[in-house]
Design a protein around this ligand. Structure first.
Ligand code: TYD
Ligand code: MG
Length: 462
């Protein structure tokens, strides 16, 4: 390997060293030296005095109105749920990063997508670094894609991948995964921060200059972040994450960044014997089927992207030891601590000596504060050992002062719940239909303005 071409640059002060050191020789910070190719756009001299070249010309400027704003052309992948998260389809020259736990279905989805594109006449190249060509072929047979014309390249060296891409110029190229690719220019191991960053930068540059749409598959660490640098997320145009419980068959693909479309749109899939199938009407998939209502369970109507979905929130409150635990799956733990404090202060519900566990069923992650009311009602229900009535739903944000705030697009949520046969709703006052306006058929709505009021309503329903 060409050792002399690389340089280690401190991410704190920009100081450099020809070899790796634990401590930066310039500023003394630890573990900040990251390998870079010498001569690449390293931040080496930038932060403390850019070195100007007298030969560099001045670039031409244009005003915004002079620049032609063309609509971005998108090619639909033919997989509706994937197109929905992408904002309509793949964009020529666009770079997409797709992350998710191992075994969740990244390779499956992308293989299905590139095959559909290939059948639609778009040349597709699938670069596999994790599996052999034979393994990819085996998967394609399993998916029923027996006559797939997708080209496969089993290669992990960046320079060879780029040379092949340059020679074949496919419309779309999948790199599965970016962590397996390495560049000759760096001495660091494949998967290291330096390698992942450098390889992604080269592939991005290639996408922009050639017009090939590039999809990078990225691994997720135990903490849930894309392994290697978060910097990848800044470099690419679109970031998609796979969510879901690998034990259940449903998978969500969520856009967390999209330069070409809306974020927080989700695609819903079911993993079947023959790959991932889109679920066009996902509103009821995250409900578990209880024959009779059980304590600690509340159905939340959440709004994911453009579609309302019903998700069961479960809570278990049980005697804890001297330092009781607060655990949440699919919901924010800090928010849970806050909601417990609000419950105590404003509704007189004390869980100080209790363990509190909350869970959003089905491995779905809920980030919107409109889940607050459902979480608090589930906790109280478990603490009291009293189930909520059959057909009960709730949503609404709860503030530190105990006020219940409206959720966006409340009417749509209520209509979806009514459509699925739910009959009792506790919701923020501002989300309830106004007096005199049309009622939602089959749904008895209890509007509330404060958390105490919500507790009273529930007690009256016992
Ligand atoms: P995979 O796409 O290999 O996951 P990733 O690339 O994210 O690591 O998905 C592997 C899982 O999906 C594996 O457990 C088998 C399952 N699977 C199916 O259930 N049906 C199928 O048709 C395929 C191809 C995979
Ligand atoms: Mg894979």
């Amino acid at each position: 390997m060409a050792k002399d071409k690389s340089l280690f640059v401190c991410s704190e002060c920009g100081g450099t060293s020809p070899k790796w050191l634990g401590k930066c020789p310039s500023c003394g910070a630890w573990n900040t030296l990251i390998e870079q190719v010498a001569g690449s756009n390293a931040p080496a001299n930038n932060r403390f005095g850019t070195q100007f070249s007298p030969l560099a010309g001045v670039s031409e400027l244009a005003t915004l109105s002079e620049i032609e704003a063309t609509d971005i052309a998108r090619t639909p992948t033919g997989i509706d749920e994937l197109d929905r998260v992408l904002g309509g389809g793949i964009v020529s020259g666009g770079v997409t990063l797709i992350g998710g736990d191992p075994g969740i279905g990244k390779s499956t989805l992308l293989l299905q997508a590139v095959d559909a594109l290939q059948r639609a006449g778009q040349n597709a190249l699938y670069v596999t670094g994790e599996e052999s060509g034979a393994q990819v072929a085996l998967r394609s047979r399993r998916l029923g894609l027996d006559h797939s014309q997708v080209q496969v390249l089993a290669e992990i060296q960046l320079e060879k991948i780029i040379a092949t891409l340059d020679a074949t110029r496919p419309a779309i190229a999948v790199i599965d995964s970016i962590q397996t690719v390495y560049s000759d220019q760096l001495t660091s191991a494949p998967g290291s921060v330096a390698q992942v960053r450098e390889c992604a930068a080269h592939l991005t540059r290639f996408a922009k200059t050639s017009g090939t749409a590039v999809v990078l598959v990225g691994h997720v660490t135990k903490e849930g972040a894309l392994a290697g640098p978060r910097v990848l997320e800044h470099m690419v145009d679109t970031v998609l994450y796979f969510e879901g419980d690998t034990h259940s068959s449903f998978r969500l693909v969520r856009a967390i960044k999209n330069r070409f479309g809306a974020v927080n749109e989700i695609g819903v899939f079911a993993m079947t014997e023959r790959g991932l199938k889109g679920v066009a009407n996902p509103s009821a998939i995250f409900l578990s089927q209880h024959a009779e209502p059980v304590p600690g369970s509340v159905v939340l109507v959440t709004l994911e992207g453009t579609r309302p979905m019903l998700v069961e929130i479960q809570a278990l409150v049980d005697n804890g030891g001297p330092s009781p635990r607060r655990l949440s799956v699919g919901l924010d733990r800090d928010r849970l601590a806050m909601l417990l404090a609000v419950l105590h202060r404003h509704a007189g519900v004390a869980c100080m000596d209790q363990d509190v566990f909350v869970n959003a069923v089905g491995g779905v992650r809920i980030s919107e504060p409109a889940a607050d009311l459902a979480v608090m009602l589930a906790i109280t229900s478990s603490l009291r050992g009293k189930p909520l009535p059959k057909g009960f739903i709730a949503f609404g944000e709860v503030g530190l002062a105990g006020e219940v705030r409206p959720a966006p697009r409340g009417q749509e949520r209520l209509r979806e719940a009514a459509k699925l046969g739910f009959s009792i709703a506790v919701v923020p006052k501002a989300n309830a239909p106004r007096k005199g306006s049309k009622e939602i058929e089959g749904l008895t709505i209890h509007p509330v303005e404060r958390i105490e009021e919500a507790m009273d309503v529930v007690r009256r329903l016992d």
